[in-house]
Design a protein around this ligand. Structure first.
Ligand SMILES: [Zn+2]
Length: 395
């Protein structure tokens, strides 16, 4: 079967048309087809993505994979079990897995899904085109074929281990992945890592149409509406996928516009409007409720308490001072409010102390307890996290 030679004129990561001949041509002997093919490589001038300069075509790849019986063993080797444990450790550090619906696309013999099912009681699904692989997967207890899942089932986690480097139409593929994932779901991608081009970089092989760096993966996914939530790089000599460098990334859907989209200005403005409301809305409500009788202290005298004085509506508040342990600040005034030593709190006896601190809050509360202060303590940062409208961009 002849493969077609469709020149790739556009970068499938960043959509740039500035495509350069990478000056690399490789001949690959495909034993399963008893053919030798020649593949040239191209590189994107803008994002440096390295890829097959000509696409061999869906039909040819289909033909190739159908005639390419992989080594599939139902029982995982110790090396696979170890790989599964390392991959799951990364995934579980950032994602809730217990009882979750997890889909692996291209699940091989299912060892990773079995691991997730046994360790986290996850509901595990596979999406696999190879009939040979499906026969093995069907025999694994507890794994379900995605095709048998109720229509509209959305996954909490989708796993793509060593899949994306084989895919030509990345946009369509990742759009389908998105349609299968819950809106708050997580996508786990592992590929060889071509970020460095050094001794720990995988060699070029016929099956890898795409050589992704970490930058390109995050850029591609960001363009398609995903945000990177975590990254891990690993070199593990006994890894069954490769002894070279691999990258593991987690992505979550984002409402932020893609790079190059002018709507980023409106999104940014909207985020900071919400942010301002989060930070100061609840404080303004409290101040109104307290009225002029309550004597309020702000602690410490730093950027957050200054922002409150500058940006929040606090006209009705009876603010008796800013308090801080830093001697350099004592006696200064900010927006007409004087800065006192923290010790003065004992004497000034405020009714309420509003804490404006990103860290140290516990330490500050302990120091107030030692000073015998009985004032009500209100944490501005805790207020900012309570019951407020979600920002347009999820974390
Ligand atoms: Zn590019």
């Amino acid at each position: 079967m002849p493969h077609c030679h469709t020149p790739v004129h556009q970068c499938r990561v960043c959509l740039s048309n500035r495509i350069l001949d990478a000056g690399v041509t490789k001949r690959y002997h495909l034993m399963n087809l008893n053919e030798t093919v020649e593949i040239g490589y191209a590189v994107c001038q803008d994002c440096h993505f390295l890829f097959h300069a000509n696409y061999v075509g869906d039909a040819y790849l289909d033909h190739y994979y159908r005639n390419s019986p992989m080594l599939r063993r139902k029982a995982p080797t110790p090396y696979e079990l170890d790989q599964n444990a390392r991959q799951a450790a990364f995934l579980s550090r950032y994602t809730h897995l217990q009882n979750q619906h997890i889909l692996e696309i291209g699940a091989h013999a299912g060892a990773f899904l079995v691991h997730l099912q046994q360790t986290y009681q996850a509901q595990t699904y596979y999406d696999e085109l190879s009939e040979e692989a499906c026969a093995i997967l069907r025999a694994q207890p507890g794994l379900q074929d995605l095709r048998d899942a109720p229509a509209g089932t959305r996954m909490n986690v989708i796993v793509l281990r060593h899949i994306l480097e084989h895919i030509h139409d990345l946009d369509s593929f990742l759009t389908r992945v998105r349609s299968l994932l819950a809106d708050d779901g997580t996508l786990f991608i592992e590929t060889p890592d071509w970020s460095h081009l050094d001794a720990l970089t995988d060699p070029l092989i016929f099956e890898h149409l795409n050589q992704f760096s970490t930058h390109q993966l995050t850029l591609l996914l960001r363009r398609l509406g995903w945000n990177c939530a975590a990254i891990e790089k690993s070199v593990f000599p006994d890894d069954p996928a490769t002894p070279n460098r691999v990258q593991r990334l987690l992505f979550r859907p984002t409402a932020l516009p893609p790079p190059g989209d002018a709507r980023i200005a409106a999104s940014t403005a909207q985020f900071f409007t919400h942010y301002h409301r989060r930070l100061f809305g609840a404080l303004e409500d409290l101040v109104t409720a307290w009225g002029p009788e309550k004597r309020i202290a702000f602690y410490p005298a730093s950027h957050l308490s200054f922002s409150a004085l500058l940006e929040a509506r606090l006209e009705a508040a009876n603010i008796i001072g800013l308090y801080d342990i830093d001697e350099k600040k004592h006696g200064r005034e900010v927006c007409g409010v004087r800065v006192y030593p923290a010790d003065a709190l004992r004497e000034h006896r405020p009714d309420v102390i509003v804490l404006f601190t990103m860290a140290y809050e516990r330490e500050i509360r302990e120091s107030f307890a030692r000073m015998g202060l009985t004032a009500e303590l209100v944490s501005a940062t805790a207020l900012a996290r309570s019951d407020l409208p979600a920002s347009p961009a999820r974390p």
